[in-house]
Design a protein around this ligand. Structure first.
Ligand SMILES: *[C@@H]1O[C@H](CO)[C@@H](O)[C@H](O)[C@H]1NC(C)=O
Ligand SMILES: *[C@@H]1O[C@H](CO)[C@@H](O)[C@H](O)[C@H]1NC(C)=O
Ligand SMILES: *[C@@H]1O[C@H](CO)[C@@H](O)[C@H](O)[C@H]1NC(C)=O
Ligand SMILES: *[C@@H]1O[C@H](CO)[C@@H](O)[C@H](O)[C@H]1NC(C)=O
Ligand SMILES: *[C@@H]1O[C@H](CO)[C@@H](O)[C@H](O)[C@H]1NC(C)=O
Length: 358
């Protein structure tokens, strides 16, 4: 029931159950169910695709690309139009088919530590590698310490692959008999500010890994305007027209609320806000959670040490590319409007402040 996933090898999940359900329902209900199926909760049903990142990475070239501002500035030298109307996010998303909906199911990547009754759902670009490490460590501290690994090592190959991994909340509930009522398990997920997550994902996928592949990043090269416009269109097609073709980028740019089966499980989850500076916000929240689950002090210290002092090696934080794109986005109400339309429910449900003017 587990599936292998990381930032470097991703498997897009299918949920065939829904098709089955539809097939089994009496004909009289079929029309209304079909309506629901199409318009309320279309579940993607392409066949499983294994998307694999390039095997050999040239880290030096990747770094250079994130510092090569000339090319980046050139690709973004055009002026940006104003917004057509200065309306609030709420008014914007009241319009039909303007914003990505809340209730879609994309992929779910779960890591468990049964000893501490912990379930964590990881989402790309929100500490997924580090949390995968932390959960693997908690799965068996002895085994992890023996391996001599760092959480960051999980990026290139997961120690607990297929051991503590699940691809739906239901399968975890089944495996450990976790009821919907009172239980002492905890379901958690790290969330990230949607703007920060977008820019970080953009720089990671479209600048750092700029391959010579025309189709990557919607064929936009380093032009973020082009990418945002086309990605918004893609997201709307996937949301409402059941467009099924997916790319490797999608996992990084689809709303966070589409992950982790939150369309059904939202109320059972506890959310930890990611912060660039792990110490100030994220670590205290995680520590609180670990203490509640009776994780020993020694293990908590091990995790804190990994999160605070061993920064992820594929981070884009602080690079000139990230600063440039972040600043360009924040200065453009036109571009921000697309971001708000794509991630409205991430802002709303995870309590992130909407950008000024929305
Ligand atoms: C929207 O607000 C900006 C300033 O925030 C202003 O320059 C622009 O004229 C306004 N546009 C409309 C259509 O009201
Ligand atoms: C953890 O791993 C060690 C050795 O790697 C093994 O001896 C031990 O049984 C494992 N503990 C659990 C709870 O699985
Ligand atoms: C599952 O948990 C329920 C209580 O939540 C219990 O009544 C039942 O016996 C458990 N089933 C198994 C197979 O452990
Ligand atoms: C570019 O990537 C797409 C998938 O994203 C793949 O189908 C295509 O074969 C690639 N083209 C080249 C020239 O590598
Ligand atoms: C970037 O893309 C946008 C939208 O596709 C386009 O209007 C703009 O001219 C492009 N900028 C450059 C510098 O090519």
């Amino acid at each position: 029931m587990s599936s292998a996933k990381s930032d470097s090898s991703e498997r897009v999940e299918i949920d065939g159950m829904y098709i089955l359900k539809v097939a089994l329902i009496p004909l009289t209900l079929a029309a209304s169910i079909l309506f629901l199926y199409l318009y309320v909760k279309p579940i993607e049903q392409q066949s499983a695709t294994m998307l694999v990142a390039p095997k050999s990475r040239d880290m030096r070239a990747e770094q250079i690309r994130m510092f090569a501002l000339n090319e980046i500035v050139k690709a973004n030298s055009h002026d940006l139009p104003p917004r057509s109307r200065n309306i609030s996010a709420k008014a914007l998303c009241k319009q039909k088919l303007a914003c990505a909906p809340f209730n879609r199911r994309y992929e779910t990547m779960i890591r468990v530590a049964p000893q501490y009754k912990m379930v964590n759902c990881v989402v790309q670009k929100s500490m997924s590698t580090m949390m995968t490490g932390a959960m693997c460590y908690l799965y068996n501290e002895t085994q992890y310490e023996k391996s001599g690994r760092s959480f960051d090592d999980e990026f290139s190959g997961r120690l607990c692959k297929n051991q503590n991994e699940f691809s739906s909340v239901n399968s975890v509930r089944d495996a450990f008999n976790i009821s919907y009522v009172k239980h002492d398990w905890t379901f958690s997920m790290v969330t990230r500010n949607p703007i920060d997550r977008f820019v970080s994902g953009y720089v990671d996928r479209c600048v750092r890994l700029a391959l010579k592949n025309e189709t990557q990043c919607n064929g936009c090269g380093l032009n973020m305007t082009c990418f945002i416009e086309t990605e918004y269109k893609r997201l709307m097609e996937i949301s409402y027209k059941r467009k099924t073709h997916r790319t490797m980028e999608d996992a990084h740019f689809f709303p966070q609320v589409w992950h982790c089966d939150l369309n059904e499980e939202f109320e059972f989850f506890e959310f930890i806000q990611y912060s660039g500076n792990a110490e100030d916000k994220m670590v205290p929240q995680l520590q609180d959670l670990l203490e509640r689950q009776n994780v020993p002090e020694k293990s908590i210290e091990f995790i804190k040490n990994e999160l605070i002092y061993k920064k992820s090696s594929h981070s884009t934080t602080g690079t000139p590319a990230k600063r440039f794109y972040y600043s360009r986005l924040m200065k453009s109400p036109y571009l921000l409007e697309f971001i708000v339309k794509m991630f409205y429910y991430d802002f709303l449900r995870f309590h992130y402040e909407l950008p000024p003017g929305f």
